[in-house]
Design a binder for this molecule. Structure first.
Ligand code: FMN
Length: 769
């Protein structure tokens, strides 16, 4: 996997954004279809970023004020003990209003639990919208990631009605925020009737380009059934290839009426839906008003921040631990079996860093910095294979965090813990039963700076739920209206153009809407976790024992709307490793350690059978895993030769880059594989070496007859790695064309042959958007 696969999950974000436009209050006809907002096209359009506002902050809505004049001590009420979530003021008013409209005679309904398994945020956004919309319809419930909720809480008492929204990552792997729950759910020793009494439904997100399509959602559904839970509505699924919206819309339309029945206590008559007024999103009289359809419901803030006394020993200890991170015990941590995770990573020393691209001046330079890193995993117990990836836990840029702290007027040194808040707690009672461990990625207790540095993603394209939250906390009507429009269905085109294409950071948004003062608790709840970035291993343990190597593009790009952008993880890694890569500091002296864990490549790995013909296509950083495949193959061929074995299948590699002297990654290695006979055919497309662009698929067409001969063999393997937006589609079309024209198949037969190869794990793609 290359860098951009995981540093810029725009595709998933885009899908989620547009899906959410459809998660609208009026969907089931139970809530009003419009909300009111002032038209504010000027405010909606990105402008030159104004200077951070210095207006004073409402003490009840913010954590301790920023240093630089203001004391770093939380307000007494906050320091003294539990208080209502500051982000909740408006939300609480609404909840109380809703409660006031309920009939006192209405029997208590069963609680709805919406659980998500989400790697890049789409499933979590859908889940949060389902919960918020259900609440608008009078169905009480909560939403949490599966890990936050915890498998121990899966019982008819604590989770009588469950809706899951799940995706897969890697090769049919569980998203990180569900991994523990998923592993426990699937444990074979779970007793048969464990989940008796739970009524459930769910929605699976998937992409049929992946070999294990819908693997996680389907496994969840099956295990819930196995363990006694009963569906109250058929689980649905959608394929990103066709677009998620349509399938999701249809499924939601059917959900609402049956959900209302599902939450009724046994034997109770169905309650009437709450009056429309109680379900309507807040609409302020703003003047110059515009009717907006499909504004998503305001997500309820699920947490309150419990501030620790600033000069107290507990807060000092937290700050000291963060300053000393990683601690000696974290660095020394070893798992005998090499099982590390985002929660408990292995701290791997960096033993080498080098640039794989030439440092050219001119416009091409921006896109062409590729860095190679080598990490020492000796003694870690990690056992990787070519095709696997390592996850790296990144950090946000310190200067951006400082700017954000200033804009939020929050003291970065203030320390807090996280406590759940439910509707009952909001009314002065206890949190909902079985309160989960929310926002584990913040690793609370933590400082605000710590949470913003390594807990949340500050650069992901803003989701509509975040915009909805920001709108709620604008004091200027025009800014509120502009943000409401951006997250509404009516504002879909603006959302696409400004948020998905423009990709503002949170700081840029807050600068653009200076009256916006989001409370920290709700903001931390709304921001996506800062996810680990996955990088394909570019070596083989047979040639690099005790070491693991990766290569990635340092992501930099600009958008017309919001100017220069840089990838969170790759920029951070580059900054750390630049002194070593540029030769100014030896790796040993730099003393760098990176928190990593391993993710298996599944079907994406070199065949053990050396006689199987092998076709690898990997332009750009898509070539990295194939360097590992070929190192492995060379060592295996040498071992086979020394054992008297001889047969070997033909091996092809199609690589592409811009120019021979600029970004021909791992050139020496690739040419070495061809020279020593590990690789039979190295075909390199230099896209910009001539007037017309030449890509890998063009070279494949030139060798169509030979490639057909290879593909037609029943043991042939095809591996494709790289950009999914264009290259993977073009290469796929090229393979179809070869099967069609060279093999005399109809187009349908050619498609079926590739589909069959995919099912058999003989055509495997590792692609990113
Ligand atoms: C790295 C990666 C691996 C994926 N692996 C699978 C897979 O094995 N099976 C599948 O059906 N979809 C797979 N998908 C597609 C996701 O399930 C789909 O993009 C989903 O909408 C993501 O939801 P999320 O943002 O909630 O994680 C993968 C996507 C990515 C980016």
């Amino acid at each position: 996997m290359g860098d951009s696969a995981h540093t810029t999950p725009q595709a998933a974000g885009g899908g989620g954004g547009s899906i959410l436009a459809r998660l609208k209050a009026q969907r089931a006809g139970l809530a009003p279809a419009t909300t009111t907002a002032a038209a504010a096209a000027a405010a909606a359009a990105p402008a030159a970023a104004p200077a951070p506002s210095t207006a004073s902050v409402n003490g009840s809505a913010v954590p301790p004020p920023a240093a630089g004049g203001a004391p770093a001590v939380p307000p007494p009420s906050a320091a003294a003990g539990p208080r209502v979530a500051t982000g909740g003021a408006a939300i609480l008013a609404r909840l109380r209003a809703q409660r006031a409209t309920k009939s006192p005679a209405a029997p208590p309904t069963k609680e709805l639990v919406v659980l998500y398994a989400s790697q890049t945020g789409t499933a979590s956004e859908i889940a949060k919208n389902i919960q918020a919309e259900a609440e608008q319809k009078g169905v009480k419930g909560r939403v949490a990631s599966m890990n936050e909720f915890g498998f121990d809480n899966m019982s008819a008492a604590k989770a009588p009605v469950v809706i899951y929204v799940a995706s897969s990552t890697g090769d049919g792997d569980s998203p990180d925020n569900a991994a523990k729950f998923y592993a426990t759910l699937r444990r074979k020793t779970q007793p048969g009737g464990l989940l008796d009494g739970i009524a459930f439904t769910g929605f699976g997100l998937g992409d049929s380009n992946y070999t294990r399509y819908q693997h996680v959602p389907r496994a969840i559904k099956q295990r819930l059934l196995d363990l006694g839970a009963k569906p109250f509505y058929p689980p649905g699924e959608a394929d990103e290839v066709d677009g998620i919206e349509e399938g999701l819309d249809k499924w939601l339309e059917g959900l609402w009426p049956v959900l209302r029945k599902a939450v009724q206590p046994e034997g109770a008559a169905e309650a009437a839906p709450p009056p429309a007024a109680a379900a309507a999103p807040a609409a302020e009289g703003t003047g110059g008003e515009e009717q907006l359809a499909g504004v998503p419901p305001l997500p309820r803030c699920r947490v309150r921040l419990v501030w620790q006394e600033s000069g107290g020993a507990a807060a000092d200890a937290v700050r000291a631990a963060e300053a000393a991170a990683p601690s000696a015990s974290e660095v020394a941590y070893r798992d005998a079996e090499g099982h590390y995770s985002a929660v408990q990573p292995f701290w791997a020393p960096v033993t080498d860093a080098k640039y794989l691209t030439t440092d050219l001046s001119g416009p091409d330079r921006q896109a062409s910095t590729v860095l190679h890193l080598e990490l020492d995993i000796g003694g870690s117990g990690l056992q990787y294979a070519p095709g696997d990836s390592i996850g790296v836990l990144p950090q946000n840029d310190a200067a951006s965090v400082a700017d954000l702290l200033q804009r939020l007027e929050v003291d970065g040194d203030a320390v807090f813990d996280v406590a759940p808040v439910g509707e009952d707690a909001a009314a002065g009672g206890q949190p909902l039963a079985g309160a989960e461990h929310l926002l584990p990625h913040l690793k609370a207790p933590c400082s605000v700076r710590g949470a913003l540095t390594s807990g949340v993603d500050l650069r992901a394209p803003p989701r509509k739920s975040l915009l909805r939250l920001l709108a709620e906390h604008c004091s200027e009507a025009a800014e509120r209206a502009a943000l409401l429009r951006l997250c509404s269905r009516d504002g879909r085109a603006e959302y696409t153009a400004q948020m998905l294409e423009g990709q503002p950071s949170l700081l840029q948004l807050l600068q653009q809407y200076p009256s916006c003062r989001p409370p920290l608790d709700a903001l931390l709840d709304a921001l996506p976790p800062l996810a680990a970035r996955m990088y394909s291993v570019s070596c083989s343990p047979l040639e690099c024992p005790g070491k693991v190597q990766v290569a990635f593009t340092v992501v930099r790009y600009s958008t017309a709307q919001y100017g220069e952008h840089s990838g969170v993880a790759t920029t951070w890694l580059h900054r750390l490793a630049a002194p070593v890569a540029s030769g100014t500091q030896p790796a040993a002296a730099a003393g760098l350690c990176l928190p990593i864990f391993l993710r298996r490549g599944g079907a994406f790995g070199p065949p053990e059978d050396l006689q199987a013909p092998l076709l690898m296509i990997g332009p750009g950083t898509g070539v990295t895993p194939f360097r590992g495949f070929l190192q492995h193959r060379r060592a295996q061929l040498a071992a086979a030769a020394s054992g008297g074995g001889s047969g070997r299948g033909a091996t092809w590699l199609f690589f592409g880059c811009r120019r021979e002297d600029q970004d021909y990654l791992y050139r020496q290695d690739l040419e070495g594989f061809e020279a020593d006979g590990t690789l039979d055919h190295l075909c390199v497309a230099f896209s910009r070496a001539q007037d017309s662009k030449v890509y890998v698929q063009h070279l494949m067409q030139q060798r169509a007859a030979e490639l057909h001969e290879l593909i037609a063999r029943p043991d042939a393997r095809i591996f494709l790695c790289g950009d999914g937006a264009n290259m993977a589609k073009d290469v796929h079309a090229c393979l179809l064309d070869i099967l069609h024209k060279q093999g005399g198949r109809t187009e349908a037969e050619a498609a079926e042959q590739l589909a069959e190869m995919t099912r058999q794990g003989r055509y495997v793609r590792d692609i990113w958007s």
